[in-house]
Write a protein that binds this ligand. Structure first.
Ligand SMILES: C[S@@+](CC[C@H](N)C(=O)[O-])C[C@H]1O[C@@H](n2cnc3c(N)ncnc32)[C@H](O)[C@@H]1O
Length: 243
């Protein structure tokens, strides 16, 4: 793991105790809806593909497990590997999944999303919520996700974007770059919420991310913007070439 990875890991370890509180507070609880939409889109795509319900799913950068739980609700037959490289996040994930009686279907896996500890073509679905932005280079992370996906499998990525034009873009940027870091620092006592807007500013725009996915062999790439362009979900289907 490079120095950037180590510093991201330290940062998420320090924010873990307040991560859920800040997520829900700073997004006005919309983060729950966004993850639910990702899971629902995965369900719609899987049904339209006619290949049956996915049985093996990877949640990459699972954090405290909210996406894994949304996927577990959407796919009642599936086993979900919830991978993260921060133990304090995974400890919270385990408590949450057990409290919701999903501990038998969601397995916490400690590992690096840039070097996934899984064989080629293991999963029918790979999903990530607010995880990809932390993985550098993004193209390497997409390639690794493609490697562990079966041909025809689904990749779904939920992450932040920056609204482009108009009053909403101005208001949102003021909130995101000025107000959010202050609230985040005040509650978490860490600099993680300065890192958040900085990492979003460096992350590919939705059309650029779609291009990157295409270059890594994903097909039928689509994305849906939400919150006036502040969040996007990308969906791609793993082609039949490659690992
Ligand atoms: C912003 S949080 C998102 C957590 C969760 N998916 C959610 O929806 O709330 C990003 C997560 O990715 C994890 N992460 C970042 N880089 C990683 C890497 N290289 N390997 C594994 N996990 C990583 C962090 O530890 C953190 O828990």
């Amino acid at each position: 793991m490079n120095e950037q990875g180590r510093s991201v890991r330290r940062m998420f370890a320090s924010v873990a105790p307040r991560y859920d509180l800040l997520n829900h507070l700073l997004s006005l609880n919309l983060d729950r809806l966004w993850r639910h939409r990702l899971a629902r889109w995965a369900g719609e795509t899987a049904r339209a593909g006619g290949g049956g319900s996915p049985l093996r799913i990877l949640d990459a950068g699972a954090g405290t497990g909210d996406l894994s739980l949304a996927l577990a609700r959407q796919f009642p037959q599936a086993q979900i590997a919830a991978l993260d490289f921060v133990e304090p996040m995974l400890e919270r994930l385990k408590r949450k999944t057990e409290a919701k009686s999903k501990g038998n279907r969601i397995a916490a896996v400690c590992g690096d999303a840039l070097q996934l500890p899984f064989a080629d073509r293991t999963f029918e679905v790979v999903a990530s919520a607010f995880g990809l932005r932390n993985l550098s280079p993004v193209a390497d992370a997409l390639r690794e996700m493609a490697r562990v996906l079966r041909p025809g499998g689904l990749l779904l990525i939920l992450d932040f974007a920056l609204p482009k034009r108009g009053l909403w873009a101005a208001v949102y940027r003021l909130y995101f770059f000025r107000v959010l870091p202050k609230i985040g620092r005040w509650i978490s006592r860490t600099s993680a919420y300065t890192y958040l807007p900085a990492s979003v500013a460096l992350f590919p725009e939705p059309h650029q991310l779609a291009d990157l996915m295409g270059r890594e062999g994903f097909l039928d790439i689509q994305w849906r913007s939400m919150a006036g362009g502040a969040v996007a979900i990308h969906r791609g289907i793993r082609g039949h070439t490659g690992a």
